[in-house]
Design a protein around this ligand. Structure first.
Ligand SMILES: [Zn+2]
Length: 82
C-alpha cells in the first residue's frame, strides 16, 4: 500500500506524489523536510546530515513497528528515541 506525500508547501496545495516506503514524503520532498533548520550548512555537511536524519527516521520507524507488535525496548526511559 502506497501512501501519498504529505508535503504541504508554501502554497498549501500539497503534493500528489507517492511517498517513499515507510515515509511521509516523496523522494522530492523528503530531503527538503530534513534540510529545514540547516540552511547555513555547507552542501557536503547538509547531505551527510540528511543521511543521518534518514537513518534516524528508519530507526524510529522500526521501533514503532516493533512497539506496535507489543515489543518494549529494554532501555526505554533511559535512552529513548534518537
Ligand atoms: Zn512530495
Amino acid at each position: 500500500m502506497a501512501n501519498q506525500c504529505t508535503w504541504q508547501g508554501q502554497d498549501g496545495l500539497g503534493c500528489t506524489h507517492t511517498a517513499l516506503a515507510g515515509k511521509s514524503y516523496c523522494a522530492e520532498h523528503y530531503p527538503l523536510v530534513y534540510k529545514v533548520g540547516s540552511a547555513v550548512k555547507r552542501k557536503k555537511d547538509t547531505s551527510r546530515y540528511d543521511r543521518i536524519q534518514m537513518l534516524i527516521d528508519d530507526f524510529n520507524a522500526v521501533l514503532e513497528e516493533l512497539e506496535a507488535e507489543g515489543w518494549t525496548p529494554e532501555w526505554e526511559g533511559e535512552v529513548g528515541r534518537l
